[in-house]
Design a protein around this ligand. Structure first.
Ligand SMILES: [Zn+2]
Length: 94
């Protein structure tokens, strides 16, 4: 699909959604941009280790603990994740 045609389709879509929503066009655009941003993978870099030895890695977007390693997406914010070797993760002792 050509860029101009894609932009026209997107404009029509946003305007039709805005007509049936309490949200403004700007609010809808902001939520779309935020959604697109979470689809670009971010590298997982940090983690925490508790006194009992349990270790968790943190989502690079929302900074919450992930349920397990090598998830494709954060289960809380939906951020797409990219994983280095687990040895490269910087763990903070709590
Ligand atoms: Zn997250």
């Amino acid at each position: 699909m050509k860029r101009e045609r894609l932009a026209e389709t997107f404009n029509k879509y946003i305007l039709s959604v805005a007509r049936n929503s309490d949200r403004t066009v700007q609010e809808l655009l902001n939520s779309v941009l935020l959604e697109l941003k979470t689809r670009e993978p971010l590298m997982v870099r940090d983690g925490v280790i508790f006194r009992n030895g349990c270790a968790f890695v943190l989502c690079p977007n929302c900074n919450e603990m992930l349920d397990r390693e090598y998830l494709l997406y954060c289960n809380l914010c939906g951020q797409k994740l990219k994983w280095p070797s687990l040895r490269r993760i910087n763990y903070t002792q709590l």
